[in-house]
Every structure is written in C-alpha cells, then in structure tokens.
Ligand binder design. Structure first.
Ligand SMILES: Nc1ncnc2c1ncn2[C@@H]1O[C@H](COP(=O)(O)OP(=O)(O)O)[C@@H](O)[C@H]1O
Ligand SMILES: [Mg+2]
Length: 238
C-alpha cells in the first residue's frame, strides 16, 4: 500500500533521514519508534509532501508520489495527523469534523452522516462535546478530535505523529485502545510515529526503530518487545 525506498531527507546540509526503507500493507498498523530528533516527523512530512526528499522513492497505491505537492497527496487520501494536533480552537467539535471532509466533498450539501456516525462511535467523548469549542476540550479530547477529523477525510492510509505527546498515562491508554479499535473495525492501514515505544509496540503489528535518521531494527512488535537492545534503549529495562 505504501512503500518507502531508500529515502534521504536533508535540511540544507544537515542530514535528517538517510536511506530509510519500510512499508505499510493493507490493514496493518506499522509503528516507527525512536527518540526525540530521530527523524520520525521528517519522514511523515516527506511522505505527505510538506518536504521534498533528496533521494528515494515513495510508492503509494502503486504510484510514485515523492515530490508531489501536499494538497495533491492529501486528495489521494493519504492523510497526515500532525504532531501538535492543529485543531481549530474557535470552531466547535462539529465544525472541526466538517472541515475534515473538504478533501472529498464537492459541495457543502453532500452527505457525510455515515462518516459522522463512525467517528462519534469511535470517539464517544466527542459526541458528548459535539457543540463545544475546540479550545475548551482537554488535551486528550483535542487529540481525539484531530484523529477524528482526519478520519472524516475518508483516508486510505492514516499517518499519526505522536498522538500520546503531552497526555496523562490513563488518557494515553485510552488513545492507543482507540487506535487499535479503528484498525480492527475499519481495516484502515495506520502508520504510527511514537516516542512512547511501549504503547506503540503493544498497539502495532510491526515496528521499525529509527536512530539518528537511520533504521536500526525492524520486526514484528512482539519480537521488538522481547529484544534486549530495544528493551534497554526504549523500554526502560536495565
Ligand atoms: N525545519 C528544520 N530545519 C532544520 N533541521 C530540522 C528541521 N526540522 C527538524 N530538523 C532536524 O532534523 C532532525 C529530525 O527531526 P524530526 O524529524 O523532527 O525528529 P523526531 O520527529 O523524530 O523527533 C533533528 O535533528 C532536527 O533537529
Ligand atoms: Mg517528531
């Protein structure tokens, strides 16, 4: 579904990502784990067309998309839910969700009841907060709204950048359970970028470890959770 081949990305002369290859298949959750500054967000921004790569190919649904403009890539329903959420604080939950449909809706009258029903079932807190303004939501609710808004765009593949960032442990648990449920119920392939390696590896099917812009390990998540090197570096096991 998504195949990244030998991707290298630079900021000026500074290397952020070097020779990275990985893939996401139908129905899978794939996670990229790694510390702060490892290059995770850069990879997602490059896939979604916000940054042009120096080298490499990005093949999505059989088509090379590297270097295409971000709006063209979004219209192909490869959707990026960025780090820091980016919801509209002055709009209600309902209006924020409506914004997510602009990618496929040709006129404002076009139906989206089924999409709404799906996201409000997946995110029941948003149903309770439907008429509230974005700024009045908790951090966890804002993150849920950002994910729900992406799903309103009818993604074929969804990329999530650190959905757990800045949230309390109990909310984080809920967040990852929701991500898993979305995957199980809708079969939507998800590329999940996380610093919270423990939760990400317990949620995803396969994982890749990124260090200083390079992939240093990849395997099934169960195997990575059992790997002593991964345990020491990312899971706090000494
Ligand atoms: N706009 C930018 N200009 C220059 N360097 C950047 C920029 N954005 C990120 N970097 C650098 O690229 C590297 C990877 O950053 P990033 O992809 O944000 O890492 P992560 O998401 O894994 O924390 C870091 O060394 C970071 O300092
Ligand atoms: Mg990041």
């Amino acid at each position: 579904m998504l195949k990244i081949e030998s991707l290298s990305v630079y900021y000026g002369h500074i290397r952020a990502v070097e020779d990275v290859s990985f893939e996401v298949n139908e129905g899978e959750i794939v996670t990229l784990i790694g510390g702060n500054g490892a290059g995770k967000s850069t990879i997602l921004k490059t896939i979604s067309g916000m940054i042009a790569p120096k080298n490499g190919r990005i093949v999505y649904c059989g088509e090379e998309i590297q270097g295409l403009p971000a709006d063209v890539i979004a219209k192909k329903r490869l959707l990026h839910c960025p780090e820091g959420r980016g919801i509209f604080p002055g709009l209600t939950v309902a209006e924020n969700l409506e914004v997510g449909t602009y990618i496929w809706r040709k006129r404002s009258g076009e139906k989206n009841e089924e999409d709404l029903e799906l996201v409000l079932r997946m995110f029941p807190r948003l149903k309770e907060r439907y008429s509230q303004l974005g700024w009045s939501l908790s951090g966890g609710e804002q993150q849920m709204l950002a994910m729900a808004r992406s799903i309103m765009g009818r993604p074929k593949l969804l990329m999530l950048d650190e959905p757990s960032l800045g949230l309390a442990p109990i909310i984080i648990q809920d967040m990852f359970e929701t991500i898993k449920r979305i995957s199980v119920e809708t079969k939507l392939p998800i590329l999940l970028v996380e610093q919270n390696a423990f939760m990400a590896l317990n949620t995803a099917d396969r994982g890749y470890v990124i260090e200083n812009g390079l992939i240093t390990a990849h395997s099934g998540c169960k195997e990575l959770l059992d790997d002593p090197v991964v345990q020491k570096a990312y899971l706090g096991v000494s």
